[in-house]
Every structure is written in structure tokens, then in C-alpha cells.
Design a protein around this ligand. Structure first.
Ligand SMILES: [Zn+2]
Length: 294
């Protein structure tokens, strides 16, 4: 199992799924085959699949272990959830929980669960199905959510629009967020949490209340950026949104600001969906950036 060391903390990637999951033509509204060709040297085979034409994506959580705490960042899609029409995510039975145990951690040992935002693929393992009920998977954890994000999705519950992605996120809110609210802490604005170990920054755009988390330990830094970039091509083409960015203009300006900050501070960027090597360093290149794949 792959680990990263940031000062006194150890970070482990807990995998749920990985592979050629998405068609880039549908995933990126600005997709162009020429741009993909321009990035051929690093794109294939780790980040795009030549045979299917799909982009490689990973669904994973980050487990942070400090001398005092165990913290999970983002909790993937989860098992047994009703997710139609998203057939690939419907009634999943993955080994995510086994993978967590193989990393040496039981669900009972998790102290904090932090979701960068409340989309379907970031909150799923918050709960699991026990005797027909959705119960907290991590009974001793504090679940940390953005208050803006929580309020946005709570308001969305009243909407009856036919958009399939909105509908699946409303269902997700009911089975993966509401059942853990008794254990939750809502955060707002810039703030330090967990003995100043993590700094929360609002990074809105992909969703209204998306947050990024900066871990600092012994002079080293990592930033958990959620879906600010889904795929490394967005580091090189930061004006490329995903089709799932809720506020497109703001998603672009936030992406640029986060990439600039990672580059300036030599912060290890740890996104939610990049393929191997999953995390890396950002470097400026004129008016865009490049990604250093370790
Ligand atoms: Zn995501």
C-alpha cells in the first residue's frame, strides 16, 4: 500500500475504484482531441486509455495518521447505495472497507471524517447499511462538512428537477449525510481545526461550499483539493471545467488560485481522482501550470 510522509504524519490512499471510467468528450465541455494529443507524452497510459479513449480516474479516500489522530478525507461512493441511472455506482460491493482495515485502521478508530464537498462520490462511506438502516460507518468520528455546502444541498432537496446528477445527489444527501448529522461539525470560512493540524479554506465553484484542507507538519505541506481538478489535464488547461462544476466561472478562478498556491508554497497536491501516482507538485509555466508526477 502506497504511503506519503508529510512531517510527522503519514498519508495512505484507500482505493475504491480505478480505471478508464469516463468519456472525456462528455466529462469536459471544452474537450478537444488536439489538446489531448499535445499532452500525449504524460497522458498515456496512466491518465488516459488509448484503447477505449477514456480518461483514467481513481475513486479513493485519503487516510491521515498523526501521532494523535486518524482522519479520513472524502469517502467515495459506498456500498449498497441506490444510484440509478448511474449504473456503475449503483449497488456497489467494493472492498473499500477491507482496504481501510488492511491499512491498519478500523472504522471505530477514525477520529474525523472530512468531506471536501457533498457530491455522490465524496460521502458514500459515511454510512453503511445495517438491518435496512443507514448507520454511521465511523461511530466515534466527528464528521466535518462546510455549512454553505450543507445548506445548499438541504435546499436542493426541495427541488424536483429532472437532472439525473442533481437527483442522485439529493438521494445521496438523504442516505449518506443526514444519518451522520448527530456526529457532525459544520465549518465556515478560513479556519484551523484539529489542534491547528489542518487548515480549512473555502474553494467554491465545483460546488458552492467546496473546501480544501491544508495539512502542515514539521515544515512540510500537503493540500487535499477534492474536485478542484478531477484530472491532471486541468493543471495544464486550468480553464477546463468538468461537466459537474456547479458554478463554472468560479470553478475556473478557484482552480487557478489553488494551483498558484500549491506552486508557490511547494505544497503536495492530493486530489480526489487523479490516476497514478495520485499526488504531485504543481509548477507554473507562463499562464498555466504543469504537474510533477513523482
Ligand atoms: Zn468527485
Amino acid at each position: 500500500m502506497q504511503h506519503w510522509q508529510i512531517g510527522e504524519t503519514r498519508i495512505t490512499r484507500i482505493e475504491e475504484l480505478m480505471g478508464p471510467l469516463f468519456d472525456p468528450v462528455r466529462f469536459f465541455p471544452d474537450y478537444s482531441a488536439e489538446i489531448f494529443e499535445k499532452h500525449r507524452n504524460w497522458l498515456y497510459p496512466q491518465h488516459a486509455d488509448e484503447a477505449s479513449g477514456r480518461i483514467i480516474a481513481s475513486m479513493h479516500s485519503w487516510l491521515i495518521e498523526t501521532p494523535h489522530h486518524k482522519i479520513l478525507i472524502d469517502t467515495c461512493i459506498g456500498n449498497d447505495k441506490e444510484r440509478m441511472p448511474y449504473r456503475d455506482w449503483h449497488q456497489m460491493h467494493t472492498s473499500w472497507l477491507v482496504n481501510l482495515r488492511e491499512a491498519g485502521t478500523s472504522p471505530e478508530q477514525i477520529d474525523y471524517v472530512m468531506c471536501t464537498h457533498l457530491h455522490v462520490d465524496h460521502v458514500g462511506w459515511n454510512t453503511r447499511l445495517v438491518d435496512g438502516q443507514w448507520v454511521p460507518t465511523f461511530p466515534n468520528a466527528v464528521y466535518v462538512f462546510s455549512e454553505t455546502e450543507f445548506n445548499f444541498w438541504q435546499a436542493q432537496r426541495a427541488h424536483e428537477d429532472q437532472n439525473a446528477f442533481n437527483a442522485v445527489n439529493r438521494q445521496t444527501f438523504d442516505d449518506s449525510v443526514l444519518p451522520v448529522m448527530a456526529l457532525s461539525q459544520l465549518v465556515e470560512g478560513e479556519m484551523d481545526i484539529i489542534d491547528d493540524l489542518l487548515h480549512v479554506s473555502p474553494t467554491p465553484g465545483h460546488t458552492p461550499g467546496s473546501i480544501s484542507l491544508t495539512l502542515a507538519s514539521a515544515g512540510e505541506q500537503a493540500m487535499f483539493t477534492g474536485d478542484i481538478c478531477h484530472h491532471p489535464i486541468q493543471v495544464y488547461e486550468p480553464h477546463w471545467n468538468s461537466a459537474y462544476c456547479e458554478i463554472p466561472d468560479q470553478a475556473i478562478s478557484t482552480r487557478r488560485a489553488v494551483l498558484e498556491s500549491c506552486a508557490e508554497d511547494h505544497t503536495l497536491m492530493m486530489p480526489a481522482h487523479f490516476g497514478p501516482a495520485f499526488a504531485g507538485y504543481v509548477h507554473p509555466t507562463g499562464d498555466a501550470f504543469r504537474f510533477e508526477f513523482p
